[in-house]
Ligand binder design. Sequence first.
Ligand code: 173
Length: 321
Amino acid sequence: MRIVGLAAAAVLAAVLPEPVASVNEITLRAVSAFAEGTQFSKNFERFVEKVNRDGKGVIQINYIGGPRALPPFEVGNAVRTRVVDVANVTGAFYSNLIPESDAFKLLGKPMSEQRRNGTWDYVNQLHNHKLNAWYLARQFHNVPFHIYLNKKIDAIDFTGLKIRVTPVYRDIVQALGGTPINTAPGEVYTALERGVVDGYGWPVSGIFDLGWDKVTKYRMEPGFYSVEVNVLVNLDVWKGLSEPQRKILVDAALWLEALDSENVAANKTEVERQAKAGIQALDFGPEASKKFLDRADEVAWDTVIKRAPEVGPKLRELAGN
Ligand code: 173
């Protein structure tokens, strides 16, 4: 049987045309830490399509998918060890490997400026050294996070509330008296449904994709920090690419970052859609909001600087806040 099979394969190989891919074409394997087709995977998926269109015969990306392929908190390590070549993932999911990644949400300038003023370069070096990764692109700098609640509060105070977090929200939830419970996005729906948590941190956008509107009553104002979802490439893979291959990726990365210009309008649409779905904004006025924002920044920088006494202050200088 085996010999016959091999012989058949040899015959097939002889009669089949040459594979379409040129010998120099490389195919990279990619995953996303967010579910396929949802808010924080969508633009990455557009990036993959663009690379596959522009990179014919040069470079292609084989997109394996979201958390069904790989648990979100393991994606950073999977890039480091080259289990995958490329990933779409937030720094909050690999803060065990880059403690300074807690600061990325505080780097709120547009990416065009971060690339000019040395921020991108510095953050890239952190990724090179600590994650064995190339920091190809960052998305969503102009999308804020919120705390969503199912219990009404009378002031910005989380005493007695259990709130689902990632490292993004942990410090501010704790500072305001709440009990943080760390979970991947995939566990949030059930935790809310069962009342295991009274609320959760999440960006202004994306809750409808996950069905969370059905289990959410309030969105606390104001929005704070800045979402960061990064496209990372394993550093050994990056170093092995030819100039034309890198150019396809870099051009697509800059194009991806420019998609951030769509976000302000998208945020507004999302807030309107939440209101229509019965999600009520809890707004405590400008003074309380400012106090909250200052506190949120302060506790986050404190943690970053404590965990990274040299890198933290440098990042703060680059952030300009
Ligand atoms: O809430 C989260 O899971 C989280 O940290 C995050 C970060 C960036 C985009 C979306 C969610």
